[in-house]
Design a binder for this molecule. Structure first.
Ligand code: PLP
Length: 364
């Protein structure tokens, strides 16, 4: 085994889903956000496991992801959060996939494509309440809905918005966004399916659950691990490698490119077959830890393209072939993506989605 690999605990995913579902009303659909290859966990196996646990809404960024889900799960609802082009309207209709209308122009071209086929396309409508990304400005919704209605070809079956900032201690920003969303709802049919909250909003603000909550990161086990939120979940992904070489080195031995680490004492350096080409962030050079033999070992020297080097200590019995944990747990110790993300000054989302998709995913 040369390459590192990823292990996904689908049982734990199901447990996370059960925990989340138990904390929301049965009338609120849990919509699972599985874009970016299910946040690096592997789209189809994750979606299939979630469907077994009763999830029947999936949200993705692009049509190709939606088509992969449809091929595996013929009955579930699928929503494409990103821009779908008019040339794909036939596919949307045939495969029963909901696009999100993100602007007047976008709505009009989708409507025209549907009319040309003599069909009506069911769509969700995105309201921009403060994210400044995709969507119709909340105070232009009345006008845009009127124009789209007149054009014909679309049926508004859903409406959504996305929070830019959710902070339970400073709720003003999110509250203002929610108010704008409720204002926009006045101009849409009352029966429309309404969804607003992503993970943090659902965790801290149950009153915005509406008909559905779009949940990503918490179902992968991050962001919901303290008692302040209304549910707790656990990480489901582990990233592992094997020790490729162990060498005894003297004190003042330079390790890696540009010798950024010099040993203080005679020790042993283990080389693992994982590097930044696999998604192991270079910012972990001389900063991260890995677990081997149930102990934390420091990543020493620079992370290189395919290798990292760790100080396993002078007396370690670690040998070639031993399992090393880059993300995950071993014995009493654990290193999760949020620990790595702090070192790398990023977010767990980026750590997870950076793990190279070509690495083997094993599901249990
Ligand atoms: C529109 C939209 N809704 C929901 C989510 C899910 O967010 P989270 O993973 O924080 O729950 C995302 C993710 O970026 C998103 O873009």
């Amino acid at each position: 085994m040369n390459h590192s690999w990823v292990e996904i605990n689908l049982e734990r995913l199901k447990q996370n889903i059960r925990t989340l579902k138990a904390s929301v009303s049965p009338e609120t659909a849990v919509m699972f956000v599985v874009k970016a290859d299910a946040y690096g966990h592997g789209l189809v196996p994750v979606a299939e496991a979630a469907a077994q646990e009763g999830i029947n809404w999936f949200a993705v960024a692009f049509l190709d992801e939606a088509l992969k889900i449809r091929a595996a799960l013929p009955e579930v609802n699928i929503l494409v959060l990103g821009l779908v082009l008019p040339e794909h309207v036939g596919e949307l209709l045939e495969k029963r996939i909901f696009p999100v209308v993100t602007s007047l122009e976008h709505g009009l071209v989708l409507a025209e494509a549907a009319r040309e086929k003599g069909r009506v396309l069911p769509v969700h409508f995105k309201v921009d309440t403060g994210m400044g990304r995709l969507g119709v400005q909340w105070n232009e919704v009345a006008e845009v809905v009127k124009v789209l209605d007149k054009a014909g070809g679309l049926e508004l079956v859903g409406v959504c918005s996305h929070f830019a900032r959710v902070d339970p201690d400073q709720p003003d920003h999110a509250s203002t966004q929610a108010e704008k969303f409720y204002e926009a709802l006045k101009y849409l049919p009352a029966t429309v399916f309404k969804h607003l909250s992503s993970s943090r909003a659902a965790l801290y603000f149950p009153s915005w659950d509406l008909n559905g909550i779009r949940q990503g990161i918490v179902l992968y086990g991050y962001g919901a691990n303290d008692s302040k939120g209304r549910f707790q979940t656990k990480p489901i992904l582990q990233w592992k490698a094997r020790v490729a070489q162990v060498k005894k080195v003297p004190a003042d031995f330079a390790v890696g490119y540009y010798g950024t680490y010099r040993t203080e004492y005679p020790t042993q350096i283990a080389t693992l077959a994982v590097g930044y080409a696999d998604g192991y962030n270079r910012a972990l050079s001389n900063k991260g830890d890995v677990l081997i033999g149930g102990r934390r070992c420091a990543v020493v020297g620079r992370v290189s393209m395919n290798w990292i080097t760790v100080d396993v200590g002078p007396n370690s019995l670690i040998k070639v072939g031993d399992e090393a944990i880059l993300i995950g747990e071993q014995g009493e110790e654990a290193i999760w993506a949020d620990e790595l993300s702090k070192i790398c000054r990023t977010i767990p989302y980026e750590i997870l989605t950076s793990i190279n998709a070509s690495l083997e995913r094993r599901y249990a």
